[in-house]
Design a protein around this ligand. Sequence first.
Ligand code: ZN
Length: 299
Amino acid sequence: MANEFIALESGIHYLPGGVNCLALEDGNGGAVLVDTGLDSDHGKKLLKALEKKGLTPRAILNTHSHADHYGGNAVIEAKYPEIKVFAPPLEEAVLRYPILEPMYLYGARPPQELQNKFLMGRASNARIAPEPGLCKLGGVTMELLEVAGHASLMYAVRVGGFLYAADALFGPETLKRHPLSFCMDSRLQKESAAGLLELEGINTVLCGHGEPSSDLQTLVAQNLESFEHTTRAVKAACQESASVDLILKRVCDSFQLELKNAGSVLLNRSVVSAHLVELLEREEVSMRVRDNLLEFGVV
Ligand SMILES: [Zn+2]
């Protein structure tokens, strides 16, 4: 993880790392942070990098509630107790009650093993961010774009010709490393990615994970192809009807993926479940209970 902000455009900087975090200057010695990284270490690095630039954090915007995007909040809030933290509706509830993420992934009170920093950050005093559209947040004018699908709700951020896509798009390396992109709603995930193509005048796009790019069109096309590839793999795994867990196993086998811990099984199980709902709604698979198993099979 880098220790210093890199300038993308005038007044717009990012700290590269496992998750890219942004600082948007207010022109008055202050900055709005967009996402804060996985944990307190990341939060401390952000504070140091801000200090180096002589900037004071005025507000935090968390694009969505995945722990790697808000885990740095707590140390920043401890140092700046007055700071306001914003997140999209519903996502803001997870920031206040982080147990919700391992709980919805597991479907009950989660085992201790799942209560780790990758699935839950330290609680943050978040409030609901402004509605999508132009807004002034922490003294900075920005446009919030609704890009749901990867999370229940997520905001991308546009400032002039710069777009922070959050996890609506992944860099090509990330897509290669994680061919099953996380999503709660695969249909919305595709719609949100495709919707970004309609933006005009974007010179620089930064994803939550990956390098900045000047080619939004190609990035969207790569992501759409990857998301659709997953839908096809899930459908292929339903040729013989099976439970979600068995379909997950078949999909992982076809991608030659080896899941190594309970967290990654549950995260990828959600991805499969999301694509199954899309296929159900397209009437390409059906769901039934057989021998006390909830099964999905091609129609
Ligand atoms: Zn995410």
